[in-house]
Write a protein of this length. Structure first.
Length: 322
């Protein structure tokens, strides 16, 4: 048996990379431009060979070093396709799908995985998706696009994401998307009860009983827009229905005698996003929360990664994580 290798661009705080690691992929390179996220990656996985800087430049200078890697993955920037933005698509300077295609062309991986927001499936982007599909098909990859809901894979959050996957012809079997997990997804209260009570707050149990649903989508924002809060007015209103004050992020859990709606800490938000508690999010509060809010939930990445590994295993000689 041999292991599976992966190169990831736009790695962020490592949500997708961690899930793929859990699925059996060993990251030989992780590329990210944000220094705070790079610090998080190095803190948790120094062996991932983290590169800090512009991905287009990195592809030009280093991609050829990774020719033959098993998987190329990345959550390319979502603002070009987000309903919260202008949906400029290819006209947006932040569109990195062309960079991803260049990376695939140079490295010739066995498989490709690309994550983005659900807006990418809007009819306005039909031609754009077809263009990406055709360019990757010309390189030998049969692409599929599907909207997955994070809560179907154990993540206590409404977080729909488009996952595009392609396997190179002749190197594996047919990829199929993961089926929803059979177990019940925890409510916000069930998930965070222990963290809310960590400082001795007497109201934690009552709060947890009130927070009886999964969370709305966490919103991380960007350097230009968004701070240490849980998103725009509509998102904060949804959090308020769960008894959470979404106006800011707290440094610590509520203390004894606290009254009112508590705020989430970065660690609480990370758990909502599907990160394990031992994954350290580095940086000051605003930068740390932004990393969490923009992350791809590790459990979803793992579920997709296992299916990719299964497809590649059809060619023989690779192991598949349980």
């Amino acid at each position: 048996m041999i292991g599976l290798t992966s190169v990831e661009i736009c790695a962020g705080a490592g949500g997708q990379a961690l899930g793929l690691e859990q699925a059996g992929f060993e990251h030989v390179a992780a590329v990210e431009i944000d220094r705070h996220a790079c610090n998080t990656l190095r803190e948790n996985r120094p062996e991932w060979n983290v590169f800090e800087g512009d991905v287009v430049r990195w592809i030009k200078d280093h991609a050829a070093e990774y020719e033959g890697v098993d998987l190329v993955a990345g959550g390319v920037p979502c603002p070009p396709f987000s309903k919260a933005g202008k949906q400029l698509g290819a006209a947006d300077e932040r569109d990195l799908f062309p960079a991803m295609i260049d990376l695939v062309r140079i490295t010739r991986p066995k498989a490709v995985m690309i994550e983005n927001v659900r807006g990418l499936l809007d009819p306005v982007f039909d031609d754009y998706r077809e263009s990406v599909t055709e360019k990757l098909r010309a390189l030998g990859y049969s692409m599929q696009w599907k909207l997955l809901q994070a809560s179907d894979y154990g993540v206590s959050q409404l977080r729909p994401r488009v996952i595009a996957v392609g396997v190179r012809k002749g190197v594996g079997g047919t990829f199929t998307y993961p089926e929803p997990a059979p177990e019940k997804t925890a409510t916000v209260g069930e998930l965070l009860r222990d963290l809310m009570s960590a400082e001795g707050w007497e109201g934690a149990d009552a709060w947890a009983d009130r927070a009886d649903r999964i969370a709305p989508t966490l919103v991380g924002g960007s350097k230009k827009h968004g701070g240490p809060d849980l998103g725009p007015t509509r998102a904060r209103r949804a959090w308020a229905e769960l008894g959470v004050n979404g106006s800011t992020i707290a440094e610590r859990a509520p203390e004894p005698g606290f009254e009112g709606d508590p705020r989430l800490t970065v660690r609480m938000a990370a758990r909502v996003q599907g990160f394990p508690d031992d994954w350290q999010i580095t940086g000051a509060k605003t930068n740390a929360y932004r990393q969490v809010g923009n992350a791809f939930p590790p459990p979803v990445a793992k579920a997709v990664g296992v299916q990719i590994a299964t497809a590649l295993a059809a060619a023989g000689g690779v192991s598949v994580a349980a």
